[in-house]
Each structure stands twice: as structure tokens, then as C-alpha cells.
Design a protein around this ligand. Sequence first.
Ligand SMILES: Cc1ncc(C[n+]2csc(CCOP(=O)(O)OP(=O)(O)O)c2C)c(N)n1
Ligand SMILES: [Mg+2]
Length: 578
Amino acid sequence: MSAPAQAVTPVKQRTGAALLADCLTAAGITVVFGVPGDTGVAFYDALRDRTDTLRHVLARDERHAVAMADGYARAANRIGAVEVSSGGGTTYAVGGLGEAYAAGIPVLVVASDIHRDSRGTGALTEIDQPALFAAVTKRTYQPTTAAEIPAAVDDAVRVATTGRPGPVAVIVGEDVLDEGTGAEPVTDPAGGTLPATRPAPDPNAVAEAARLLAAARRPALLAGSGVHTSGAYRQIAALADHGIAVATTIHGKGAIDERSPWSLGVAGNNGGNALANGYLADADVVLLVGTRANATDTNGYTTPPRDATVIAVDIEADLAGRTYPDALRLVGDAAGTLGELAGALPVPPGEVLTARRTAVEERRARREPLRYNRSTEPGRLAPEDVLGRLAELVPAGTTVVADPGTPTPNLAEYWPVAAGRTALAPRGHGPMGYALPAAIGVSFARPGEPVVALTADGSFAMCCGELETVARFGLPLVTVQFTNDSLGWIKMLQHLYYEGRYFGVDPGPIDAVAVARACGLVAVRAHTLDELDTAVSAALAGRYPVYVDVPVPHLIDHVPPVPAWHQALDGDRTRPVY
Ligand SMILES: Cc1ncc(C[n+]2csc(CCOP(=O)(O)OP(=O)(O)O)c2C)c(N)n1
Ligand SMILES: [Mg+2]
């Protein structure tokens, strides 16, 4: 006689792929950028059923899918998500992740991988993904069963958003995506927001920093992107009210309202201005906040000089003061640390404040227009004039994303911003072709708002496939391309430091207007500011994307605000070390 059949309560099963998608939702992720591949088909099947909660944005290249997630993260101040598949997808994604890693941007990469039975067989798309991602992520995860997916995603999101943010990768094999499981996601809707934690600094270090600042004659502050991550705008403004003039790096642009009398603008050697650089060079006590303070940010450690008294605030102990070894280190969240510092610092007497303020104003008044700007060729517009006109056209507070080359120093110098993260430039690695896809990401973070992308002819060639993405989603992007018919930045270096021995910097032309039109966009070439105005105004009014190609003078003829280049033209031909 056989035993009576027992009633079995069926366990609710879902596939690893469905669980993975639900884990993203449980982590508060609502958009995932990506490109499909063979190993990720199960994940796409799960996404297809979840479009109400998890929006998929199909990119045309994994590098750009990552740049979209990166731009989204910078604009939303929360983790951006991207999915790619094994082989070409993962290797292309690395190109986007380098920037996010170097710039400290939280990006969650979901990478599908080959079936475990195929490992080591030379299977199509096989690559050692943890090794591949090692240099461009804070950590990688490889759940070996579907039940391990929730903990992996939960931990990955926490690691990406804790301390200095950065990318993380969750690698899931096809077999794990297909496996049934009763495991549940870990729900943490606030999990992906920045900063995940706000560590407090050592009170003794705060007291010592307050003592140094109180004794300073000419104190200054250099703010980096950590201020944006922390949202420390109020605390920066409070320190400025104590008579501390505030400069920013390009990543930190918007740490202070640039119309403030205490704002010095952007410092450094890529769009850095003479006021900010000069003030930092002469300051006796300098507070570095959430910045790498690398050689580009500090003009080779001269702004501030290494012998100034430096106080370095960073959320990571090993980053605080890394490039200023004698710095007093304050390890903690920027908002909390600066708040405590402002509380511990007496406001200087009125006459001291006035004198310091006057000193900033006088230096500002003495600011001269850049030399070596002799744009005369008709039909070519000066980039600063283009930005000036654009600022009149787009609503105040519009986010602008700049590519390397002509766009970056011009954005730094000629696009004044209020407090907030509205001027984005990829200064981690400075990858060409970043601006357009990142602006797409910004557009998903700030839906309905116009977004400006500033690109250049070389960058255009690296990202133009994404023009179709812009058209497909009808995003209100104003893209302006500065065309000088060369890889101008590098040509300029050859001009200044290699006696004009140009090599490999003059590719043939591409008609960007024709390409943009072929991708479904309204596109024009503007030889005058009025032509630019007409095209942009119509697009803004009609809320449709527009592509404007603007011929500009060569960097050699119209030298952008790059301090070392002006020094070189003044006779100092030593190439700075970065
Ligand atoms: C992916 C990538 N490759 C190479 C470089 C090095 N690089 C920096 S600027 C530049 C030239 C960019 O040309 P273009 O986009 O036309 O801008 P321009 O300098 O002419 O304004 C190059 C090649 C880079 N930043 N990114
Ligand atoms: Mg160019």
C-alpha cells in the first residue's frame, strides 16, 4: 500500500529574471537604460511584463546606455541603472563606466552572462566579467542561484551610494535568470538615494579647523562634486557669509550661486578663471570640500599652493587631503561637517567682512577679457557668444551637459549657474560623446524640462546613433555642436607644445545636420546668432528636440579659457603635468 498523497502548498515561483527586475523596483529604481543581447533575453521578457513600474530605455550603444544612467544619477542624485549583455555589451559598457567610476557617480550595472555549463568552452560572448569590471566598479556581485539575487542587488545599491559613490555590477548567468525561486526582493525604496549615510567628523578636528579659519586673513573654499552629492548648498552659503570666498571645480560648479558676492566661479585649468585661481593662490587657509583636488583642479597644486594651510573635507578617509598631504583632515558628510564648522566659527567683525568682500569685488572688476580671442572669420560664431544667446533662450536653471574639447571650458566660464547641479561635464575621464547620452539620462530624471547638450564635431562622430533615441522619445533636448572640423583640443596641444607638427587630428567632415535629420530630428546649421535663436526658440515653444550645428573658429585662433594655454602663448611653453 502506498502512503496517502500529502497536500503540498505550492510555493509562489518566479524566475530569477523576474526577481531581478522586481529587485530593481524594490530598490526604488524606475528607469533602466540598456541594449539587449543573447544572454539577457529572459530579463527582457520580465521587463516586458513590468513597464508600469520599470521603464526600459533602449539605447543604441552600451557606452551611451551607461552615460545615460550616469547623467540620470547626476541629475536625480540617486543611483542610475543600466543593463547590458555578455561579450560586446559588457566590454562596450566599460567605456561608459570609466567616467562614472572616476567621477564618483553611482551606477548599477546589471550584466547577463553565459550559462554556467558553457564557461570555459570558448562560448560566444564569454569573458571574465568580474575581471573586466574590476577597474571601473567599486564591487561586483555574481549570484550563483536565483535566491541570492535580492541580497546582491540590495548590497550593490548600498555600496554604490555609500561613501564616495561609484558604479557596481551585478552579474547574472542565463541559468540563474531562468531558475525558479520563491525568494522575495529586499524592499528599500530610499536605498538608491544619495548619500546613503552621513558620517559625522571628529569634533576635535572640527574645532581645530574652526580655529584655523578664524585666524585666517584670506580664507577660501574650493568645492567639488561632494557638495552636490551631499546637498550641502545651505552650508556652503553659510560659510560664505563668514567671509570665506568660494570657488568650485567643474564638477562642483553650482555648489554656490555664482551671482553671490562671495562666488569666485570655477577654478583650475579647464575653464578656470583668473579670479578664482588668483584668489586660491593667495589664500592663507583653504578649505577643500568633496573634491579630488587633482592637478587640473589646482593648476598643478598651485591653487591652493602646497604651503597654504589646507583643511580637507571628504566622506572617504583615504581621499581627504590625498593631494595635500599636510592637510587637516575632516572625514564626514559635507553638509553635516560644514554645518558644524559654520556653527563653531565666529562671524568676523563687520569691517573685516566688508574688506574681504571688497577685495573679491575689486578682483572681479579687474578681470580682463581673454587675450588671443581673435575670431574674425565670417560665418563662424564664438562659443561664448553662443552660450550667451542660449542663456537668454532657455528657462533659468536649465541643465546643460558639455562634451570635452570646446564645450567644457566654455561651460565652466561662460554659463553662470544658481546653486544646484545643473552644469554637467565628464571630468572623470573626459570621454568624447558623453554629452548627448548623458543629456538623455538627465531628461528622464527631470522629465518635461528642456536640457541642453553641448557637443563638438569629434564627439558627434562618437555618439550620433543616440540621435535616434532622442527622436524616438521626443525628448526636449537642445543640442548645439561646435564644429571646427578637427580634433581641436589635441591639435591645440600639438600647436603649443610640439611646434605645430599636426598629426592625426584632421578627420574628414561629416554633415551633422544631414545625419540628425536622417535620425528624425529637426536640424539646422547656424552661421549667425539669430539663426540659432530662431531654431532654438521654435523647438522650445513646440517642446521638440532640435540639433544646431554651429561652425566655430579653431581653438588655435580663438583660445578658450584654459589658463595653461594662455601662459604658453605668453611664452611659457612648458607643458603642465596632469
Ligand atoms: C573617447 C575619447 N577619446 C579621446 C579623447 C582625447 N580627446 C580630448 S579632446 C579631443 C578632441 C575632441 O574633438 P572635438 O569633439 O571635435 O572637440 P574640439 O576639441 O575640436 O572642440 C580628443 C581626441 C577623449 N577625450 N575621449
Ligand atoms: Mg572639433
